[in-house]
Design a protein around this ligand. Sequence first.
Ligand code: SF4
Length: 457
Amino acid sequence: MRCNLRETMLKLDRPVPRYTSYPTAPHFQPLEDEQLYPQMLADLPEGARLSLYLHVPFCPKMCWYCGCHTKVTQRYAPVEDYAHLMMREIEILADALGSRGHKISHIHFGGGSPGMLRARDFAFVMDRVRENFTVEAGAEIAIEIDPRELTEGRVAAYAKNGVNRISLGVQDFDNTVLESVNRPQPFELSAQAVEWFRAQGIERINMDLLYGLPHQSPETMVATIEKAISLNPDRLALFGYAHVPWMKKHMRLIDENALPDKTMRFDLFEAGAQTLEHAGYIPVGIDHFAKKDDALVRASKEGRLRRNFQGYTDDAADALIGIGASSIGFLPGGYVQNAVDMPVYRERVLAGKLTVAKYCPIDDEDRLHAGVIERLMCDFGVDVGAQCAAYGFAQEHLDSEIEAVVRYADLGFIEIDGRRLKMNPKARMMVRIIASVFDAYIPNVDALAPQRHSKAI
Ligand code: SF4
């Protein structure tokens, strides 16, 4: 049965959104009404808890698998200039929000390589955040770290400015794999980074790994995971590499003959997941693993796990505010995205304007579909009728979608009990395909544009 299920999953694997948002980013539209975002900010309730995401779109070298908004620069001047733009944007946002008792519960620096900010500039940005917002005591302050960029001085600056979680970009520890994607990064660099962070009292350590890279095999995957575990991280993410050279030209530099096929991708994930679970890590969502006493595991057990652009989180903030070029925010009224184009972003900040260039308003119907998809992606199960009722709809409102799930139940991917859905634990990799049935923006799921999305496995 297991063998048949695996074969069926491989046969039905197809491109589907990752559902880090719903509606998904391709549905964002150009924002013409300059008053809309200020109004969305002003509509936030008094005392709302906010999460900040600060995007630093620079890297010293391009990794060929990269799918992020980033630009290569060897010079520091553009990064320093950008730090000043972010500082100004923080003030513009604070003005638009007004003094209405908002509190910051999470701050996340992503990129690109936010570690390119020198210690002094990182401190300036954090000072500007604290001058303009009330940061809750105990707020999570996280930064994505490229171990190749790290210095002891920067680690000290992070500790001094309240950073209490880091995400270490590892991808793999096999030299052949790393060379093939233009990211040589010896294990010792990651080990050194972890040692420096722990010495400064930054104990919460995440590691990001990738499967689906050239030359990976189950053996190299197990060896990489074992090395990662030896550094004792709290959380590991095992993301699937999405090869989309028609969207990201640098991916053309990757030798496609060395890329694992669909069956191998499946085996790579299984080898990685089994090694992690054997070592005591608990699977969280589709691609995260955490120690059993980690906050993400607690959130998962208690049905509080959320999914956003950074992956899985226990962040319960009322809104996510994006800062920096291309940053995405989420407010009760919908999604917003800052200008991706650096000259446009720069011009708007210097003119004292908010920098949002795209948006996606959401209504109650979207909220319901988003709610069902999020629960599926986080809990691998959902009571669709209860969700309909919670969002003010009749319990039978999504019955035609449940009807469309029956074919997957017949294949053994999922159980249907009335309006309750529960994934077969052995078919969890297919959850994005089940979620896509509830995506009202895809009228014909089987006709999904392959160029837009990565495959489920
Ligand atoms: S360090 Fe990260 S953001 Fe920068 S090029 Fe590599 S993968 Fe992309």
